[in-house]
Design a binder for this molecule. Structure first.
Ligand SMILES: Nc1ncnc2c1ncn2[C@@H]1O[C@H](COP(=O)(O)OP(=O)(O)OP(=O)(O)O)[C@@H](O)[C@H]1O
Length: 361
């Protein structure tokens, strides 16, 4: 496996027009040897563009791709030694499942005994072992996509495995099971794996490192925990977490933070002046209080959603803003007022969309 470096890599599909309209703004990024990465972001944010540049399907308008320090920007797909799995199955319909899985190994003249060992290993991991000798054309789309995954995973000597939303056609139950399998397989074999998805659960379960993209730019790279606890951009707070982070417009009132006309009773507050200041707090770190207290904030109950093991309580502040709270066993009648507090060390402040340092004492 290999270390992949993207150096000032950018792409504008209209490169000949003079003013570049970037699908991918120039960026620097490193995928470490043996690391598992998820490229996460909404449709159109540039994930596939990045992946296709790395695999060689697309030539970037700017920058370089290095594999283990070697510049491969101008080389063709076949010269990069990369395995790629796409959203929809790509199988050799006339070949058996076995021969489909064996194909990448046979292309490298691997001895039959080793081919057999690897094909059986990967087939067992993906539960294809009972249908190894059936023709691929007779299988369901789910099973065909398992073959595509197997072909991507069967070689140990590829530089990197790139997967572009490979579980899209897979049944939801099986999807859950496969995410764990993929994680196990790549950990066991030390694969460098880059996985494109717009599903935060998929990204968080599969990858050690998540690259959150927004409109052609990398908003943040971090572990699932870092992205949850400390989003550096408001976009990450919105995109990660369910429900997403609460963002409440705040102002300074006599040196104290004020939310919807209510002073948040912190001592000294130091935040940058000017700009659009928002207080960000995860629904998990808002606590409903049994009764009003001097330091509590107040909201009117809009809705309680019961989701089995937890509830999502929505409260409306005096200025119409909503706050979402993740809690258990709350009982209330819509329209009633309730008191809550924000867990102080979980508060993050954002100015014009970026997290800023704020001293809340
Ligand atoms: N061949 C192309 N020519 C012109 N523009 C393109 C082309 N391919 C993609 N784009 C544009 O580039 C931007 C990024 O697209 P890209 O497919 O990389 O995003 P994505 O995050 O992978 O989206 P999705 O999840 O829908 O595949 C989008 O605005 C898209 O419309």
């Amino acid at each position: 496996m290999a270390r992949i470096t993207l150096e000032r890599l950018g792409h504008a599909y209209n490169r000949s027009d003079g003013t570049p309209n970037y699908a991918l703004y120039p960026l620097d990024l490193v995928w470490e040897d043996g690391g598992t990465y998820a490229l996460l972001g909404p449709s159109g944010c540039g994930k596939s563009t990045m992946l296709n540049i790395v695999s060689g399907l697309l030539t970037p308008s700017e920058g370089r791709v290095l594999i283990n320090g070697r510049d491969v920007t101008g080389t063709r797909v076949a010269q990069r030694n990369i395995a790629q799995v796409f959203q929809f199955p790509v199988v050799y319909a006339s070949k058996s499942v076995y021969e489909n899985l064996a194909f990448p190994l046979r292309c490298r003249n691997m001895a039959n005994r080793e081919v057999d060992r690897r094909v059986n290993e990967i087939a067992e991991l993906l539960n294809l072992d009972t249908i190894l000798h059936r023709p691929a054309r007779k299988l369901t789309p789910d099973a065909k996509q398992l073959i595509s995954l197997g072909r991507g995973l069967v070689r140990d000597d590829v530089a990197v495995i790139l997967m572009d939303e490979p579980l899209t056609v897979i049944d939801p139950q099986l999807k859950f099971h496969l995410r764990r399998k993929l994680k196990d397989i790549s950990a066991r074999h030390g694969h460098t794996l880059v996985y494109v998805t717009h599903d935060q659960n998929e990204a968080m379960t599969l990858a050690e490192n998540v690259i959150v993209m927004d409109n052609g730019r990398v908003a943040q790279v971090g572990t699932p925990q870092e992205l949850f606890e400390n989003p550096t951009h408001a976009h990450v707070g919105y995109f990660i977490g369910s429900p997403s982070m609460n963002f409440l417009p705040v102002s300074l009132y006599n040196g104290k933070l004020s939310i919807a006309g209510q002073v948040v009773a912190f001592g000294t507050v130091e935040v940058p002046e000017g700009g659009n200041l928002l207080l960000g707090i995860r629904p998990e770190f808002v606590e409903i209080l049994p009764e009003a207290s001097p330091n509590a904030l107040k909201a009117k109950l809009s809705e309680v959603q019961d989701l089995g093991t937890y509830q999502i309580v929505t409260g409306q502040l005096a200025d119409g803003q909503c706050v979402k709270i993740k809690t258990k066993s709350f009982k209330g009648i819509p329209g009633d007022e309730f008191a809550f507090r924000l867990v102080q060390d979980r508060i993050r402040m954002f100015c014009d969309g970026k997290q800023v340092k704020a001293l809340l004492t």
